[in-house]
Design a protein around this ligand. Structure first.
Ligand code: NAG
Ligand code: NAG
Ligand code: NAG
Ligand code: NAG
Ligand code: NAG
Ligand code: NAG
Length: 444
């Protein structure tokens, strides 16, 4: 049995190593394989020495949104183009326009554009294109597709004589921080749209598209959240793995932390978190609360350890078997996602409007927190509390993967083997370890 235990231990180590490697490459997310932000330049018409274009930024990520302070989108002009005018957004810098009599909106060779705010001050004098002026916030596609895009219009001038325009180069998307990489703009079939109440089909002059993808490695040097577990049948709480999001002192990259209750006076907008052994700004706790004849009940709690940061329009993704059956989620809004090639069901949770769409910062008395109970139906053929079945396989917050505890420290059933000897003669347990390793690596 010792060799079995050793094998299992090796597997767990290998898993942790591979997860680490995975974080430092552009990891493919099997739960949202087609996720992207698509940027479309539609050339609507030509003007003397220029053209009018509509730019659309569409978020196709199922559970990743663009939050406050919103996106910033930039590019480099291929020649000496300038932006004569713009509606629905603005260039952050005007640049050197001294060569022009009629002053353009921006003469920067590499303009960066930001969305207007929804309030009237910004936009009374403007005609507002559809999809503008939302402060650069894009909702996640699975949560609210109608608010998942932004668009603005610009008139481009100073084109060289007799051309139909050059594609802008080197697109950059800050949404709002780092993390996105955009491909080249490619010529595609012109966009069609309907006119005359849907009875006439029209098309733009030409369309360029680029796809921007997210890599959490570019955005964060360490993970930003972790998972802890507990059950009604075992008094032991499985805490987040220590140093999940960096260690307190050993490593200089770790976020700065302060002791519980010692709130710094000027913490607003900073990344100061409460000191913990996991050092994560966010934690999800999964508690198996009751086991009824036909149902089982879970309590899900999200905690914010930041002293200076709120999370608006947060979402939590849970991969777990059995979520495909009807469930009652009491305090969060939810849906299930269809993911091809992932055997477990995937559920997405987010806040209820006017109730808990905001995950507040921690203060001297308490952590910022959100909680709900979930009543799940049992599928008698698969339901069990053995071998960690009742725990999620994977959890994300705002699209960021949370560090799970390794399966050998999951709370055990009381009649299972003692925690001190987790692999003692437990062949099914070893299988579950292997299952988790393959599940994590290959996303089945
Ligand atoms: C972007 O996402 C959409 C929706 O998932 C998908 O249809 C499209 O093919 C993706 N674009 C690229 C270039 O992968
Ligand atoms: C602004 O542009 C003009 C004309 O292109 C040029 O002569 C001038 O030196 C520029 N000024 C600065 C500060 O770059
Ligand atoms: C514009 O370019 C086309 C082809 O490149 C040429 O046939 C045409 O004569 C040009 N027109 C002018 C005004 O230069
Ligand atoms: C675009 O970016 C690449 C790499 O950063 C750089 O070599 C190139 O000069 C840039 N092109 C323009 C037009 O700025
Ligand atoms: C977070 O929200 C609370 C309550 O609305 C507010 O007092 C606080 O200033 C906000 N914090 C930040 C960093 O915006
Ligand atoms: C739940 O989400 C849906 C889709 O975004 C939305 O239409 C509905 O209003 C939300 N319900 C609540 C209570 O927030």
């Amino acid at each position: 049995m010792d060799s079995l235990a050793f094998l299992a231990w090796c597997c767990v180590q290998m898993l942790l190593l591979l997860i680490t490697i995975c974080r430092f490459s552009d990891c493919y997310d099997p739960l949202d394989p087609n996720g992207n932000i698509t940027i479309t330049f539609d050339v609507l018409s030509y003007v003397p020495n220029g053209y009018v274009a509509r730019v659309t930024i569409q978020n196709y990520y199922q559970y990743r949104h663009v939050e406050n302070p919103g996106w910033r989108f930039g590019w480099t002009w291929a020649k000496n183009e300038v932006i004569l005018s713009m509606s629905g957004a603005f260039a952050i810098e005007k640049g050197n326009c001294s060569a022009f009599n009629q002053v353009p909106h921006s003469c920067k060779p590499d303009p960066v554009v930001s969305d207007l705010m929804p309030d009237l001050l910004d936009s009374t004098s403007q005609n507002r294109p559809d999809g503008c002026c939302r402060g650069g916030i894009l909702t996640a596609w699975a949560i609210n597709p109608s608010m998942s895009y932004s668009s603005f219009e610009l008139t481009v001038g100073n084109l060289e004589q007799n051309t139909t325009g050059y594609k802008p180069l080197n697109l950059t998307l800050m949404a709002p921080g780092l993390g996105y990489t955009c491909g080249l703009l490619m010529e595609t079939n012109p966009t069609h749209y309907s006119a005359i109440g849907g009875r006439r089909d029209e098309q733009v002059s030409r369309t360029w598209k680029s796809r921007c993808t997210y890599s959490s490695y570019l955005a964060y040097t360490t993970p930003i959240c972790c998972v802890s577990l507990s059950t009604f049948y075992n008094p032991t709480i499985t805490t987040c793995p220590s140093c999940s999001c960096g260690c307190k002192e050993a490593n200089g990259n770790a976020i700065s932390c302060v002791r519980e209750g010692a709130v710094p006076s000027n913490s607003l907008g900073t990344d100061i978190v409460q000191c913990t052994n996991h050092m994560c700004p966010l934690r999800i706790h999964w508690h198996i609360k009751n086991n009824y004849q036909n149902h089982w009940r879970v309590k899900l709690t999200v905690s914010n350890y930041n002293y200076g940061r709120n999370f608006s329009d947060w979402n939590v993704l849970v991969q777990h078997p059995g979520f495909g059956l009807p469930a009652s989620v009491y305090s969060f809004n939810s849906t299930t996602l269809s993911t091809i090639g992932v055997p477990e069901d995937v559920a997405l949770f987010w806040g209820k409007e006017f109730y808990n769409t905001e995950l507040l910062q921690a203060d001297e008395h308490q952590l910022g927190s959100l909680t709900t109970e979930i009543l799940l139906q049992k599928d008698p053929t698969s339901f069990t509390l053995r071998n960690g079945w009742g725990f999620p396989r994977r959890m994300y917050i705002n699209g960021e993967n949370c560090q799970m505890p390794p399966p050998d420290v999951f709370p055990m059933l009381p009649n299972g083997s003692p925690r001190q000897k987790p692999f003692h003669g437990q062949f099914p347990h070893l299988l579950s370890v292997l299952y988790f390793i393959y599940g994590t690596l290959f996303g089945f």
